[in-house]
Write a new protein. Structure first.
Ligand SMILES: Cc1cc2nc3c(=O)[nH]c(=O)nc-3n(C[C@H](O)[C@H](O)[C@H](O)COP(=O)(O)O)c2cc1C
Length: 186
């Protein structure tokens, strides 16, 4: 499979099989995330893997309750990864202030997608999760108060047959132009 094949194959998975994920596969996904680029090579991330059944149940119950219960499909994932946003390097933070850009969010986005594409290659389904109770996640995983958890990843095996619809994406001509924004289609 080429990289583009893997990208085309990936979907957000919201139904998981009751099958544990091998630690060796998770280590490969973490290696892909570890090698991600970041502004000033800041690497402002930590990945907390929750695969202990009891711990995961406790985490999911707290993270996906109340207003966040729309994400409760993730309770069935055998594994949840909390992507912790660490303090970026001084230079990245200064650059971000001057540019008014939160580079650390770009960094963790790239690292998370590296993880997800590696998972896809290994036959694992994933879903980005941005809608969860961050405070509860931090308390349960003992994440320091001054860190953020902007993203969780649900990971597990899945039944591919259930989600084989085409990607819903804008056509190429609507989102690209060469040499000037003027060429971008409406
Ligand atoms: C930053 C981010 C946050 C997301 N948060 C959620 C979420 O909380 N719940 C959910 O079901 N999907 C979530 N998604 C998945 C998107 O809904 C999904 O990627 C999009 O609809 C495109 O579908 P596809 O991933 O199957 O191609 C998130 C995706 C991203 C990139």
């Amino acid at each position: 499979m080429t990289l583009l094949d893997i990208i085309k194959h990936r979907r957000s998975v919201r139904h998981f099989l009751d099958r544990p994920v091998e630690r060796e596969k998770i280590m490969l996904c973490l290696e892909a995330a570890r090698l991600a680029p970041s502004a000033c090579n800041s690497q402002p991330w930590k990945f907390i893997i929750v695969d202990d059944e009891e711990m995961k149940d406790r985490l999911c119950h707290a993270a996906f309750s109340g207003v966040y219960s729309i994400t409760s499909f993730a309770k069935k994932a055998p594994l949840i990864v909390a992507v912790v946003s660490e303090k970026a390097k001084f230079l990245e933070r200064i650059g971000g202030l001057i540019r008014d850009t939160r580079f650390y969010l770009i960094d963790i986005g790239i690292a998370t997608e590296h993880f997800i594409l590696q998972a896809e290659e290994l036959g694992l389904g994933t879903c980005w999760l941005g809608w969860f109770n961050e405070g509860a996640v931090k308390t349960i995983l003992k994440i320091p108060k001054d860190r953020r958890v902007d993203i969780l990843i649900a990971v597990g095996y899945y039944d591919r047959g259930k989600i084989d619809q085409p990607h819903k994406r804008e056509p190429m001509e609507k989102i690209t132009a060469f040499n000037s924004y003027d060429g971008v289609g409406e």
